[in-house]
Design a protein around this ligand. Sequence first.
Ligand code: KG4
Ligand code: ZN
Length: 364
Amino acid sequence: MKPLTVLGIETSCDETAAAVLRLDENGRPHVISDVVLGQAAHHAPYKGVVPEIAARAHVEGLDGTIAAAMRDANLGFADLDGVAATAGPGLIGGVMVGLLAGKAIALAHNKPLIGVNHLEGHALSPRLAPGGATFPYLLLLVSGGHCQFIAVMDVGVYRRYGSTMDDALGEAFDKLAKLLDLGFPGGPLVEKAAQNGDSKRFALPRPLLGRDGCDFSFAGLKTACAREVERLGAPTDQDKADLCASFQAAAFDIIEDRTRNAMCMFDTVWGAKGRLVAAGGVAANQGIRARLEALAAERNYDFIAPPLKWCTDNAAMIALAGAERLRLGFSDDLSFPARPRWPLDEEAARLRPSHQAGRKGAKA
Ligand code: KG4
Ligand code: ZN
């Protein structure tokens, strides 16, 4: 197999990122450069990501980020085999900035363009680390924008087992931090505050716990926290710690219960020893990792938590998805659209139509 070198561009949320990756002759990925320009300082005054500000910051930062990735890789655009850019799902202004930059480089240097589904990047990201996950594996993707289980069988062969019916878990962490005035991004601050808290003080709901399937719902938990904050009036540091600890206890119970069901679904397909992978910013939470690790051990699964830099949004995973696509002979034309919504199952159908099961209207 011919080695492939691909530039990846990621701008779907609040990280401006570019990376160069090489797939070697054995199909193994090597990250040659990996640059991430975070926007936290831009959004901190608003205690959340502001889409318009994110898009403007991508415009300002992307050229320099791509130049840095190419410089770190010690390559020119002519050395590339393709250009991969996130084409969705995400905040549409940012997605358009990155996709257009990718199209411009592809056009100017006569290289194939690959419009990458951001979720496919996350789904394949556990393969980036040395000795990374081998197919198939069960992925829990849990971030500020996503909360879903994906059975990753092969490149382009994905089954979504369940996803959130309302908010992502990271969103709930961020909302609680905002309510308690802890700062942004909220996840790590809630985790820190919870260390000194009593997890039993507030009886918070655990939506869908014990139900069939592996969908999530966090809106009720979020609302219950808002009600408690309202009731507390001016919460003390101890109140804050107790509420954060109680919130985390509820979130962990939900994650464990839903993951247990997702593993049962995965078992029926794969039977043998499974692999559970957690990715996304919330997977940085030590409590979640510990619960998933214990669950994996109980069910004879391997638990794989990729390095944090590839759990959160990055361009190496976009370059990987693009390179894998290119290796399979796929590329996109320059009219490829930016998509605010783009389910991964649909992506799988585009890439490997023959592997799709249960499509509506499909003949048996
Ligand atoms: O994957 P990510 O960087 O961006 C996307 O949302 O795609 O994830 C960011 C989310 C934020 O909601 C942040 O608060 C949350 O991940 N997060 C955490 C922790 N670190 C980051 N949530 C809980 N505990 C953490 N330690
Ligand atoms: Zn993401």
